[in-house]
Design a protein around this ligand. Structure first.
Ligand SMILES: Nc1ncnc2c1ncn2[C@@H]1O[C@H](COP(=O)(O)OP(=O)(O)OP(=O)(O)O)[C@@H](O)[C@H]1O
Ligand SMILES: [Mg+2]
Length: 360
């Protein structure tokens, strides 16, 4: 009898031992595989980071100082009036595409920091977002603009997930705390996001809610209790830019912002933009070429783009200087001239036959 008991005991000990041994081995293999995978991914990421193309010329041509923004003197003055000094205000910039709205917004905070009595600290942040890519989730699982709470159910088996701790994640409005939040194409923001943004502008903080939050939950860290009780600060000044008309922007947003208007650019302004870009990009350019490009470019961005293409054409030919001929060829090839110029093999160019676009 005792022999049977001993055999049974031995059998169960063996089975339990085997079970834990297999489990331990599986865990070790899992952690080794994870370690190997993570090493491989880290190497892949680092090798990707070692590769970079040259800076796009359009980036290099960007105005670096406010006075390099051409033809928008009133707009720039209005931005300074709104943002500089002791009481900065929210701003909405209207204007057609490619006339310097984004360029001006990017320079505005640095300009404001230098003004007397400014509340912006030297390290105040400029956070740039684009409303066209501001994806959000109606269940508030992810909201890169306002912020969201990662509820345990979505965190799975992570440390906070298993402990049932909801985790607040700050959005762009809090990242911009103490500085400027720039929302490009603000007219594309979904109405729900606009309402949330208005609330943040009003409260200057973001409050979070979660069905998983309980004041008495001892597992929840103190800082998370603080966030649920007092919110995350979001005191910033908003700059929105849009190509839409003022009447297409919600009145509630308009009424909280100083509205600034950027103009379509004249040929003279585009000529100055070409000249500025030529200097920043160190391009040798004939006056005739600049004149032709300014005559056909629809806006500042267009002018810089044509200049860049002409520069590449000249580079491929092993030359240095962009001539009127090169500009005409580029305009023709990119269909700016409606096929009116046919340089062909002879490279005949008669600028007078190319009718410049009508000036606004
Ligand atoms: N007024 C300007 N002065 C100087 N450069 C300009 C001006 N307008 C446009 N540019 C040139 O064109 C580029 C694009 O301009 P920017 O991105 O500011 O246009 P935008 O008005 O924001 O257009 P969009 O509405 O399409 O976003 C700038 O980086 C700059 O090189
Ligand atoms: Mg822009």
């Amino acid at each position: 009898m005792s022999a049977i008991i001993m055999i049974t005991q031995f059998f169960f000990t063996l089975v339990i031992g085997m079970y834990f041994f297999t489990k331990l081995r599986a865990e070790r293999t899992d952690s080794r595989t994870m370690e190997e995978n993570s090493k491989k991914e880290a190497e892949h990421l680092n090798s990707m980071r070692r590769i970079s193309l040259s800076e796009p010329l359009t980036e290099a041509a960007r105005p670096r100082k406010v006075n390099e923004i051409i033809g928008q003197e009133d707009g720039i003055r209005a931005i300074k009036a709104a943002l500089c000094g002791p009481n900065p205000q929210h701003i909405l910039i209207y204007g057609p595409p490619g006339v310097g709205k984004t360029a001006a917004a990017r320079l505005a905070l640095e300009c404001a920091k230098k003004s007397d009595g400014t509340p912006f600290r030297r390290d105040a942040k400029f956070i740039e977002t684009d409303a066209t890519i501001m994806r959000y989730d109606e269940r508030c699982i992810a909201d890169p603009l306002i912020g969201s709470v990662h509820d345990p159910i979505y965190q799975g088996a992570g440390a906070y997930g298993s402990a049932g701790v909801p985790q607040p994640k700050e959005g762009a409005v809090s990242k911009a705390h103490g500085g400027v939040l720039f929302i490009d194409e603000i007219g594309e923001l979904p109405p729900c996001q606009i309402n949330k943004l208005l609330k943040v502008l009003e409260d200057r903080k973001v409050m979070f809610e979660s069905a998983y939050y309980s004041e008495s939950n001892k597992n929840i860290p103190t800082y998370i209790h603080d966030v649920f009780k007092n919110g995350i600060p979001a005191d910033f000044r908003l700059i929105g830019a849009t190509t839409k008309k003022p009447e297409d922007i919600p009145e509630a947003v308009r009424s909280r912002c100083v509205e600034v208007y950027f103009n379509p650019l004249s040929k003279e302004s585009i000529l100055k933009i070409i000249d500025g870009a030529r200097e920043r990009l160190n391009i040798a350019l004939d006056d005739g070429a600049a004149n032709l490009i300014a005559g056909y470019a629809k806006n500042g961005r267009d002018a810089v783009k044509i200049l860049q293409t002409a520069k590449n054409i000249v580079f491929l030919d092993g030359r240095e200087r962009i001539t009127a001929d090169d500009a005409a060829w580029t305009l023709n090839a990119c269909r700016y001239t409606n096929g009116m110029y046919f340089g062909g093999d002879e490279k005949i160019i008669d600028i007078s036959v190319i009718k410049p676009k009508e000036q606004k």
